[in-house]
Design a protein around this ligand. Structure first.
Ligand code: PLP
Ligand code: SF4
Length: 328
């Protein structure tokens, strides 16, 4: 563990520790946070910056890949450090937060670009800042007329739900901007009563929530677990948004599935859960080219493109438009 700790940050909250079943050798909660010697194994395809943040960072703390939205990274600390983190080379307790000057420069960058409609607070975990600071950031962004949406990407309600108190929730909102919150959770057991209460308080405050999960080998790479996870989100009024294919972060091969396995799982989810519960399976293309849906294809063409074949939720194929003679 010491060798892993020399390379990557480690942290587990008391709340997460209480969720771990200690005598289970492959507990899906432990697997997400407890370091493994397998992390010392870096594959040739793995990269320090697997999704190419660096290629699109015009000023410190800002990643601007799509015209209408930017990431704003306030801090590089998290309440926990996920063993599969795609920014594992950039986050940790020793990594500096954005300085006051860099923060002002980031705001200037956003203010000068009217195409930026949405600002995504990420990091690190943006909810690690104090409520006072968070509210200042929300107010500063709300004062920029073209910024209409602030999306907060966080793991806090799942890993330290007590921190998500009324003060922090109040700080998430500011007049002139709409707040959305994306919760990162990967296993149904992360939905403890305390986490469900924290999510209810956020949604009751008028902040819509979406989900973000990473497909992880030995954690959630089976249909029953994914089904229970997506149902737990929807029960908490959280719309499943993304299921991320594991990024090529260094030392994470043991936690990654293949794309084919992910597609099979997505196909099985179609047959098991309602449309409300369906996430989109996405791959962040290495090199900074953005996210693309990589779910199974339901539509293919036949007869030189004149007709289609559509796969139904059971996996059976149908011709479209239907061949009326053959049907009768
Ligand atoms: C993931 C990401 C976003 C957000 O993408 P959505 O598809 O809008 O959720 C925006 N900018 C960057 C750089 C990203 O990596
Ligand atoms: S909370 Fe997010 S940024 Fe922090 S370690 Fe986990 S995946 Fe990485």
């Amino acid at each position: 563990m010491r060798e892993v700790a020399d390379r990557y940050a480690i942290a587990i909250t008391p709340h997460v520790a209480s969720m771990i079943v200690r005598d289970e050798s492959n507990d899906p909660i432990a697997r997400q946070y407890v370091p493994s010697p397998a992390e010392l194994d870096t594959q040739p395809a793995e990269q320090a910056d697997p999704i190419g943040d660096g290629a699109h960072s015009p000023v410190e703390g800002v990643v601007h890949r799509y015209p209408d939205r930017v990431l704003l990274k306030l801090v590089n600390v998290c309440a926990v450090y996920c063993r599969f983190c795609f920014r594992r080379e950039m986050v940790g307790p020793s990594k500096k937060a954005l300085s006051a000057a860099a923060y002002r420069a980031a705001l200037d960058y956003i203010r000068a670009r009217p195409a930026i409609w949405e600002v995504i607070l990420t990091g690190g975990d943006p909810l690690m800042v104090s409520p006072r600071r968070l509210h200042q950031v929300m107010t500063d962004l709300a004062a920029i007329p073209h910024v209409k949406i602030v999306r907060i990407h966080t793991r806090l309600p799942a890993v330290d739900p007590k921190r998500v108190n009324a003060k922090l929730i109040d700080a998430m909102r500011a007049n002139g901007v709409t707040t959305w919150l994306a919760l990162h959770a990967n296993h149904p057991r992360e939905f403890t009563d305390a986490t469900r209460d924290a999510c209810a308080a956020i949604v009751d405050a008028g902040i819509p929530m979406v989900s973000q999960s990473v497909l992880l080998r030995g954690v959630n790479d089976d249909p029953a677990t994914l089904e229970a996870l997506m149902r737990a989100f929807v029960e908490c009024r959280i719309k499943p948004y993304y299921l991320h294919h594991g990024d090529l972060a260094p030392g994470t091969a043991h936690l990654r599935t293949t794309l084919a396995e992910g597609q099979t799982l997505m196909q099985s989810l179609r047959g098991r859960i309602s449309g409300l519960c369906q996430p989109e399976y996405v791959l962040d293309i290495p090199g900074g080219y953005g996210k693309s849906p990589v779910g199974p294809a339901y539509l293919s063409t036949e007869e030189g493109g004149l007709r289609y074949r559509v796969r139904d939720y059971c996996g059976d194929l149908h011709v479209y438009p239907p061949d009326m003679e053959r049907e009768m």
